[in-house]
Design a protein around this ligand. Sequence first.
Ligand code: GSF
Length: 208
Amino acid sequence: MKLIGSLTSPYVRKVRVVLAEKKLDCRFELDNVWSPETTVGASNPLGKVPCLVLDGGDAMFDSRVIVEYLDTLSPVGRLIPPQGQGRERAEVKTWEALADGVLDAGVLAWLEANWPGRAPGERSQAWTDRQLAKVRAGLRAMDQGLGDKPFCTGVYLSLADVAAGCALGWLAFRLPEVAWREEHPNLARLLDKLGQRPSFIETAPRLS
Ligand code: GSF
């Protein structure tokens, strides 16, 4: 298997953390989706990372599909409850949707300010504010949902924590002005705990 991705993408990081937690082997191929030299389009017509290319050449995207597949490959470090446990499974996947949704809004806000294809006069503060309001509302919901539990859905690490940790780590990396730590001490505690795991240490977002 080969994972196409970048060192900054939180969605790619989610996949890399899952690979590490489940001790799965996978080659990592760096691709800059914003550069004219990107080749990810050959595997993902949407031109986005992460993209997982299987040994036979078939490609899989997006991160939610990839991590669900990876979790089936080995019983080691199960991160998603099995089909039979429908309610628990939906709870984990709702956490993932919430964390990814915070990221989707955060990425849109970040691109509004930073995508070089948009001239300064084309950047909309109203759009940025709309997206940042989603980020803040999502963080409030995550903090409340976590409460004082050790992990998002209880006492075991699951994909919910992986997704939440990748979202929080990316916000700290790209949107430090959101400054969520003081307002959300439960989330700060979770991120600090996750940050001690080798899977999170090895995949910490960096520019190069
Ligand atoms: C999001 C992937 C994505 O937006 C997933 O895999 O979970 N729902 C998808 N990836 C970004 C990089 S980043 O912001 O992490 C990407 O590849 N964007 C390229 C583009 O042209 O939008």
